[in-house]
Design a protein around this ligand. Structure first.
Ligand SMILES: [Zn+2]
Length: 111
């Protein structure tokens, strides 16, 4: 996967509405708690795939509001908004698989 692919993925995520309030425009927020849709393993920086673990959040939910992910921390933020890791992974994986299928990459590139 190239830098150009990553840029395209970021652009795609940025085109989605805020995960929490459906607002737009959004910012691309990096998160830690995603699990690979293919292997079921946590995506770690170690394997260099965590840069793909991004979700769309509006400015308020990303960093400027009291309830933003940067202020609350990731775990508390998702608890507060009642988004379980399971749901988050499912949502992320559906975007990601849709993006992969719409492009030239296979999910195997991310194992
Ligand atoms: Zn929002």
């Amino acid at each position: 996967m190239s830098q150009a692919d990553l840029k395209r993925w970021m652009d795609y995520v940025a085109s989605r509405p805020c995960l929490i309030c459906q607002g737009w425009p959004v910012e691309v927020a990096h998160i830690q708690m995603l699990i690979s849709p293919k292997t079921g393993l946590r995506l770690g920086r170690r394997v260099g795939v965590n840069k793909w673990a991004v979700i769309p959040l509006c400015v308020k939910h990303h960093r400027s509001g009291g309830g933003s992910i940067h202020v609350m921390g990731e775990t508390k933020f998702f608890e507060e908004h009642e988004i379980s890791q399971e749901v988050l992974v499912r949502v992320w994986a559906s975007w990601f698989c849709g993006w992969v299928e719409g492009g030239r990459k296979s999910a195997g590139d991310f194992s």
